[in-house]
Design a protein around this ligand. Structure first.
Ligand SMILES: Nc1ncnc2c1ncn2[C@@H]1O[C@H](COP(=O)(O)OP(=O)(O)OP(=O)(O)O)[C@@H](O)[C@H]1O
Ligand SMILES: [Mg+2]
Length: 299
């Protein structure tokens, strides 16, 4: 088995827009170690979902891959045809998204849908249903038999996210990608879902979140993205305790979890992200770019 399940090198992706190409990923490099949990943090619009879509081969029609590589267990995904990608999405890659409702067909029962996703397994339907029930128990779904008969709309958001995780795990993915899976949940449910993901020993996970606390709780490694590049990467404890890049420092300082109780105004990162149809040359954050683009006195 390769050391890294996922190995992304110098990935460039742009979107065609009325204002010209929007260079959303500009040389992204990222590895996810086998069996590890890697977090991606970075503010809205920095390209996290674009990166996920590129991995899954689900970029929209106006996207163009400008170069680089995405290897899953050593296999190059860029250039793979749709049939090959579909095969991978069936068992190599699994996605848990922010909105579990969108992941399910509202007019089919949960049992039917989770049976269907096991179409690759040549086992009787009764056994498939048993696998679902076992997985439901593993992800903490009470009364699992009854849930099989339910329609997605009959389950709460937290419960449906557990079902989505169960569905993903049923395919035994080589890489489980979770794009903001707890953003729509309250803090209690978020903690439960994080504990659940953490308990899936051996499952390699790429976890995207705005919530630094969630990343600190769940992940071993973290990659900090800013304006289409990974500006810093390393073990979570090290990066959060001793950030090297000024953007990481700002991101941590702006995290509500770092506010003292009754501590007044929420810190924000001043200025704005650079216009990626005309990105500045060189570093997009460090001086003088940071002063120019983020409109403050620098790191
Ligand atoms: N199909 C598209 N065409 C043009 N621009 C797009 C398209 N999809 C996304 N963008 C733009 O690309 C940039 C990166 O978007 P992306 O969704 O990857 O960011 P993100 O980091 O996932 O943000 P968020 O944290 O809000 O989910 C944004 O400026 C977004 O508006
Ligand atoms: Mg996103």
């Amino acid at each position: 088995m390769a050391d890294n399940v996922l190995d992304i090198g110098d990935l460039h992706v742009s979107y065609a827009t009325d204002r010209g190409p929007l260079r959303v990923l500009r040389g992204v490099g990222l590895t996810v170690a086998t069996g590890g949990i890697t977090g991606i943090v970075g503010e809205s619009g920095c390209g996290k979902s674009t990166l996920i879509a590129a991995i899954l081969g689900l970029l929209p029609g106006n996207a163009e891959i400008g170069g680089g590589s995405i290897r899953l267990d050593g296999q190059e995904l860029l250039g793979l045809d749709e049939a090959g990608m579909r095969l991978l999405r069936g068992n190599g890659l699994a996605l848990i998204s922010q909105n579990p409702m969108a992941a399910f067909n509202p007019v089919l029962t949960i049992g039917r849908q989770l049976t269907d996703i096991q179409y690759r397994h040549a086992i009787p339907t009764a056994l498939k249903r048993q696998r679902i029930v076992d997985m439901f128990v593993r992800v903490g779904i009470v009364d699992p038999e009854r849930r099989l008969a339910a329609y997605p709309g009959q389950l709460s958001g937290g419960m449906l996210q557990r079902v989505a995780i169960a569905a993903a795990l049923l395919t035994r993915p080589r890489l489980l990608i979770a794009d903001e899976p707890t953003t729509a949940l309250d803090v209690t449910l978020e903690a439960q879902i994080l504990a659940l993901l953490r308990a899936q020993h051996g499952t390699t996970i790429l976890f995207i979140s705005h919530h630094l606390g969630a990343v600190a709780t769940l992940c071993d490694q973290v990659a900090v993205m800013y304006a289409g590049t990974v500006v810093e990467t390393g073990p979570v404890a090290k990066v959060f305790a001793d950030p090297r890049h000024p953007y990481t420092r700002r991101l941590i300082a702006a995290d509500p979890g770092h506010l003292a109780i009754g501590g007044g105004l929420l810190p924000t990162i001043p200025g704005r992200v650079p216009d990626l149809t005309q990105p500045p040359s060189g570093c997009v954050f460090a001086p003088p770019a940071a002063w120019r683009w983020r409109g403050d006195a620098g790191p």
